[in-house]
Design a protein around this ligand. Structure first.
Ligand code: B12
Ligand code: SF4
Ligand code: SF4
Length: 341
């Protein structure tokens, strides 16, 4: 059967199972990213979540599937979370991280697609979503699904940057056209660069990942400076997306939230493991566990500037988890306005 017919049938199948956008690309190595990756490593712009065993892993799809010939790339939209003015007892989840984990949804889609391809065409594929060494964004660009913007985000023309990306790397050549991004579509706009609270946005379409609040909310240990920089964010950061005018008209479908997007910090600090497992654990924030999110909640209290929150912190002063205990000490000092050296 011709590649064109198979491609059309894949598109129909994706539509039938509720996939919102699908694109196709060849699986040649991403040689044009090599210089970017070198530069990031040399200038310490990468964070540990981007470090792989070798540079070749980041570039060559054959290291994942030796007979890989094409990508089928899919997108899953999520809702932007408008930011209500926060009271001192409130923290925030980044857009899309308070509902069911995107990995769960995309994995289900890819599994159905895998089965469809195996049963109908004897085509086999490997699932890629987030944890693969390849750049999901680079695949989505090559598949013609959208562009990259100054805030480093992949952007789809109707769903905006509020999309997550996944792909199947398959052993069949779909003879897809490979799209190339000619220029960044942002023109002279610099809003994200100017409004990023930690000045993580470089301007050329990349970020200094170590300065990104999203990274800080996920890392195991925070420095004093990082603990201040995360502000009120409990998981992730979306300021450069919420401020982006290209996202203004995006109206992605609303989904059920498993946790409040504006988190009650006291509730989060008091949450038991069973409730955590039934809520946060099922969101994209869950992988880091209760302790990290509670650590961020304590930092958020320390950043609230509300000395009235001091009593709450004191309840956790003797917590036996060292990460919690030391964050409480810092937060108390901050509320007392004493700088830790
Ligand atoms: C490590 C990682 C992080 C790190 C580093 C982020 C970063 N900017 O790379 C941290 C923890 C900070 C992070 C934060 C976030 N992340 Co993240 N992250 C990843 C991960 C696992 C690897 C990314 C990576 O290696 N980056 C290194 C850089 C160099 O590569 P890149 O970002 O992929 O993009 C480059 C290429 O695409 C390249 N490129 C592509 N085509 C072309 C063509 C040409 C010609 C050229 C020159 C370049 C080029 O240009 C980009 C810049 O160099 C990916 C999943 C994956 N496997 O891809 C998710 C991923 C990038 N993250 C994602 C998301 C949603 C986020 C957050 C929004 C989460 C949040 N709400 O807090 C923030 C956004 C921060 C930001 N403004 O970018 C999504 C992005 C979706 C989208 N619409 O873009 C991904 C793809 C996960 C997924 N499968 O959905 N993340
Ligand atoms: S996610 Fe937040 S910290 Fe990271 S680049 Fe965007 S605005 Fe800056
Ligand atoms: S805020 Fe402006 S510069 Fe930044 S990504 Fe959006 S359009 Fe581009």
């Amino acid at each position: 059967m011709k590649a064109k017919v198979i491609t059309e049938n894949i598109m129909k199948f994706c539509d039938s199972i509720g996939i919102k956008a699908v694109g196709f690309a060849g699986a040649k190595p991403f040689n044009y990213l090599e210089d970017d990756y070198h530069y990031r490593q040399e200038h310490h712009l990468d964070c540990p979540f981007e470090v792989r065993d070798s540079l070749a892993d980041l570039i060559d799809p054959k290291r994942i599937k030796a007979d890989g010939k094409s990508f089928i790339c899919i997108l899953e939209p999520h809702q932007p979370y408008s930011r209500t003015k926060s009271s001192s007892g409130t923290g925030h989840m980044a857009s899309g991280t308070a509902s069911i984990d995107y990995h769960t949804i995309l994995d289900e889609h890819l599994e159905k697609l895998q089965l469809f391809l195996e049963e109908n065409y004897n085509i086999h594929g490997v699932k890629l979503c987030d944890t693969s060494p390849l750049s999901d964004r680079a695949i989505a660009v090559r598949a013609g699904l959208g562009v990259l913007r100054r805030n480093n985000m992949f952007y789809h023309k109707t769903m905006g940057s509020y999309v997550n990306i996944a792909s199947l790397l398959i052993d069949y050549d779909l003879e897809a056209r490979d799209y190339v991004m000619e220029a960044m579509p942002c023109g002279t706009c610099q809003i994200c660069k100017v409004t990023c609270p930690t000045k993580a946005i470089i301007g050329d379409g990349t970020i200094n990942s170590r300065r990104c609040i999203s990274y800080m909310t996920q890392k195991k240990e925070l420095s004093e400076a990082e603990s201040k920089m995360i502000g009120r964010m409990i998981y992730g950061c979306d300021i450069c997306q919420l401020r982006c005018p290209a996202n203004n008209k995006v109206q992605n479908p609303s989904v059920e939230l498993l946790v409040d997007k504006d988190v009650n910090l006291i509730n989060l600090l008091n949450i038991d493991q069973a409730t955590f497992n039934a809520t946060y654990k099922k969101t994209a924030s869950g992988w880091r566990g209760k302790r990290t999110l509670q650590r961020n909640a304590i930092a958020a209290i320390g950043n609230s500037g509300d000395a009235g929150m001091m009593d709450i912190l004191k309840n956790y002063e003797h917590d036996d988890r060292s990460i919690i205990h030391s964050e409480v000490q810092r937060a108390i000092k901050r509320l007392e306005n004493i700088e830790v050296k």
